[in-house]
Design a protein around this ligand. Structure first.
Ligand code: HXC
Length: 517
């Protein structure tokens, strides 16, 4: 008995040392800066008393350069499983107070243990990244550790959702682990992510750049597109993770957490009609339409500040979880450019991997014209969108609100690309190109010779819209399911989803397709 008491005392002392991380001073310094510690972040994520730690006693090898006497509690990373809103989730959190949260072989081994448990149990992974990168003293062992983590990221890609929270430094090759995950949330304070930082850039190129320019959260959210969600601070980041998880299944063999209503509404929303401008050329803010189609408060926009000409996000419609993709005519006329294509394609592939039906709202004038787009590879990038839609086997519902021209009509999930339902508003225009361009090409001579060129152009435009671009022509050819009153858009989508949820589609066996990257 005395021996057990002593052993328990020893156990308690060891635990306290581990919980103290890099020391009380360092933990307090973080709080003073308004930052959470590694354990605070996990506490904020998990429901109380549900966290079970894995490998708290793991230690680095003493054989590394200058490390013989170093004590690194938990080897600088805290990991395990817990509950988030009633569902199990695996998470790890790098501890900057312990050797800068640097990653060595055992630190990586702990991350791998957490990820393997997530993979086996089929639960999402959340990773808090706050690390100075490869632990210098461990040399190639540290690099090997990164390799181990990357391999697990790829192994479980498409198996369980993976969410990275970049809430501190994330430099060099370390940035590739978040990049291999599904979503990156980044805090505006304290976080930087880059492959080469300002010092290296200055040394190699001679150009002076700031840390924010090269790796700040705003840059990544709006310019590079690496970051999907901006968070004001750690607490806001955890809140976003929880919101995101609320739309996702735990793994790829489950359905997302639908909350179907007992009886689908067939109410008409007459107010939506007022949002449709009379002039087909005048831009419409599709956010207003989205707000009327989704359940109140049930839209989580992904990549909000990046490629704003295409809106993507998770939503619920009459309780059904969907991935929503919508052209935004209020930004760059809603044209599809390289960034919008990348953004859409990646989102669609995530949804397909995790059984989330796709709802597409179309108002698109075409792919973005321009030398920069052509030279930048709009063909290759735009093809990603086509590939992503065509290879998706989840239920797909498309609504053509207004313009759907040329290749972009197909790229926004037409029937040919596998849509199960394609609805069109009476305002839809489906054609090879818009009326302006088309009549100039087809009627050059007539327009030139017309006594009143403007009147002739207006007459031809009206005829073009009625005779070539009307949704009834597409409907007559069986390319669309039906022409609907905008007022029934929400109920039509919901009813279509309800029927399509049991969709099964078998494709030719293959190792994997070859998406244009
Ligand atoms: C081991 C490290 C370390 C590292 C920092 N520390 N970086 N220990 N390996 N890479 C230790 C410090 O010695 C210090 O220990 C503690 O962490 C905190 O570091 P400070 O410099 O005091 O903190 P701060 O001033 O906030 O600066 C943070 C920092 C800076 C900007 C991250 O430490 C830094 O630039 N570190 C080097 C970053 C780096 O180059 N990493 C390698 C990237 S390449 P004490 O004991 O004093 O508390 C890479 C390759 C991966 O990661 C390849 C994968 C394929």
């Amino acid at each position: 008995m005395t021996q057990l008491v002593e052993l328990l005392e020893d156990m308690r002392r060891r635990r306290e040392e581990i919980l103290a991380g890099g020391g009380t001073d360092k933990l307090e310094q973080r709080h003073a800066k308004g930052l959470m510690t590694a354990r605070d972040r996990l506490d904020a994520l998990f429901e109380q008393n549900t966290f079970q730690e894995i490998g708290a006693h793991v230690r680095h090898s003493a054989r590394h350069f200058g490390m013989e006497k170093k004590v690194l509690p938990a080897d600088g990373v805290v990991g395990g499983t817990g509950y988030v809103d009633g569902r199990p989730v695996a998470a790890f959190s790098q501890d900057f107070t312990v050797a800068g949260g640097s990653l060595g072989k055992m630190h990586a081994k702990k991350i791998v243990m957490v990820m393997q448990q997530a993979g086996k149990f089929g639960v999402p992974i959340v990773a808090f990244k706050d690390s100075a990168g490869a632990r210098i003293q461990e040399g190639v062992d540290a690099l090997s550790g990164y390799g181990d983590v990357f391999y697990q990221n790829v192994l479980f890609s498409g198996v369980v959702p993976q969410i990275a929270v970049v809430c501190g430094p994330c430099a060099g090759g370390a940035a590739y682990s978040p990049a291999l995950m599904d979503f990156i949330v980044m805090t505006e304070k304290n976080a930087h992510m880059f492959i080469t930082g300002p010092e290296v850039i200055k040394a190699v190129t001679g150009k002076a750049v700031t840390m924010d320019e090269v790796g700040g959260a705003h840059m990544h959210a709006a310019v590079s597109g690496n970051v999907h969600f901006l968070a004001a601070d750690d607490a806001a980041a955890v809140d976003i993770v929880k919101q995101l998880l609320s739309y996702l299944p735990s793994n790829n063999s489950q359905d997302p957490p639908h909350r179907p209503v007992t009886e689908l509404s067939i109410d008409e929303d007459e107010g939506i009609r007022d949002l449709v401008p009379d002039d087909p050329q005048s831009p419409m803010d599709v956010r207003g339409i989205i707000a009327r189609i989704v359940d109140p408060g049930q839209f989580l926009e992904v990549h909000r500040s990046f490629a704003e000409n295409l809106i993507v996000g998770f939503a619920r419609i009459e309780g059904f979880v969907v991935g929503l993709i919508a052209n935004q005519p209020a930004v760059r006329a809603g044209a599809l450019d390289m960034d919008a294509s990348d953004k859409g394609a990646r989102f669609i592939r995530f949804c397909n991997a995790f059984n989330i039906p796709l709802v597409t709202l179309v108002d698109v004038p075409g792919f973005m014209p321009g030398i920069e787009q052509e030279r930048g590879g709009i063909i290759r990038h735009g093809a990603k969108l086509l590939f992503a839609y065509a290879s998706s086997t989840v239920p797909k519902v498309t609504v053509i609100l207004r313009k759907a021209y040329g290749g972009s009509y197909l790229a926004m999930c037409s029937q040919e690309l596998g849509a199960d339902f394609v609805y069109a508003w009476p305002t839809a225009e489906i054609a090879v190109m818009g009326a302006g361009g088309a009549i100039n090409i087809l009627y050059t001579k007539e327009l030139k010779e017309a006594p009143d060129r403007k009147a002739k152009a207006a007459e031809l435009t009206a005829a073009y819209r009625a005779e070539f671009a009307s949704p009834y022509i597409s409907a007559a050819n069986g390319y669309i399911t039906d022409v609907i009153d905008p007022a029934v858009t929400r109920s039509t989508i919901a009813l279509s989803l309800a029927k399509a949820l049991s969709k099964r589609e078998t494709r030719p066996p293959k190792k994997h397709g070859n998406i244009p990257l």
